[in-house]
Ligand binder design. Sequence first.
Ligand code: HEC
Length: 228
Amino acid sequence: MTRYTLSSLLLIMILGLGSCVNDPNSPGLEYMPDMYRSPAVEAYVDYGEDPYYVTEEVAKLQRNTISARKPVQGTIAQGKPGDFNMPYPYPNTDEGYAAAGANLQTPLVTNQENIEAGMEVYQIMCIHCHGENGEGNGAISTNGHIKGIPSYSGKLKDLPVGNMYHTLQYGKGLMGSHASQMTQKERWQVIEYIKVLQKGGEMPAFDENGNVVAAAETTEEVSEEQAQ
Ligand code: HEC
């Protein structure tokens, strides 16, 4: 009995030692490489099987070759849903600005979630120039560094959202581009808040689902329109 135990222990030790190798990168002796390294071919990764079936040189080449085809030109990375990952179609010219103002519409609904998210972005990224109520009297303006920032409820009262977005994309005058600092969704959200500031800054009333209750305002607007 002990002899069997001893010899099987010895066998295990020999097998164990047999798997020791000097090269730290070598996995040692693999008894069934097919099972360790299944030949599945995955997109964008090298085929793990390589040095076993091909030479080191071919393996090196394979590692640098993606197995998926290169996406065609103009392909847009998908990203997470809601990333708004579309390229901006209007050029940084006067015509581009006019076209954006005429055609670009927000993909967002005007609701509590978007307005409040926009307000948060505004307070982080815009308030120091445009001021708390969007009158152009932020700290950088009142301390004299950038003068004459237009008021949202004044000069910019009727500015279309497409123009706002265009300005966030490319910048305008002394305002720099904000394209690299904000996601497309954040830009549209801050625009939702600017729309509130255009009307003087008072938050609309929301129902329990966060939708805007606009009954009183709509009647007012309608009667204004009828009066014209
Ligand atoms: C460094 C100061 C500064 C910051 C920061 C800044 N702005 Fe401006 N913004 C300006 C100035 C100056 C103008 C006037 C540009 C002009 O008409 O020459 C302007 C103009 C605008 C306009 C009107 C654009 C148009 O088409 O006439 C919008 C909308 C606007 N800003 C939104 C924002 C938002 C949103 C943010 C924050 C994400 C922001 N700004 C941050 C300085 C700033």
